[in-house]
Design a protein. Structure first.
Length: 119
């Protein structure tokens, strides 16, 4: 995957306007074909014990020829911000919340967390 594919994926997700989505860098697990491929090609940048950071966040372990681990992490943060902190999504969730007050309560709590993360 390259930066162009990431941009296309985000554009599609914005158009679909789903309730939720998750952005995280690819983390191949040992004993999988993806891990074997990445390891054989020298794309794994750390040992398996370093997959999780001390704050329990996942560590991006891939260094691809055309996409660094830092670029993957930055895309995920940027995509989360662009997806969740936009008027169309906020209005959509508010309309849902008016029909289901419990959902509005959950959205309000989630928006507070998003606000502290992305803004």
């Amino acid at each position: 995957m390259d930066k162009g594919n990431y941009a296309k994926a985000l554009k599609l997700l914005l158009r679909l306007n789903t309730d939720t989505t998750q952005f995280s860098p690819l983390i191949p697990s040992p004993s999988t074909d993806g891990y074997t491929w990445a390891s054989e090609n020298g794309y794994i940048s750390v040992s398996y014990k370093d997959y999780c950071k001390k704050d329990a966040a996942h560590n991006c372990v891939l260094e691809l020829p055309n996409l660094s681990s830092n670029e993957m992490v930055a895309f995920c943060a940027d995509a989360g911000s662009k997806y969740y902190v936009r008027p169309k999504y906020t209005l959509y969730r508010l309309v849902i919340g008016l029909k289901a007050p419990e959902d509005l309560k959950r959205f309000s709590k989630a928006f507070e967390r998003l606000n502290s993360t992305y803004l």
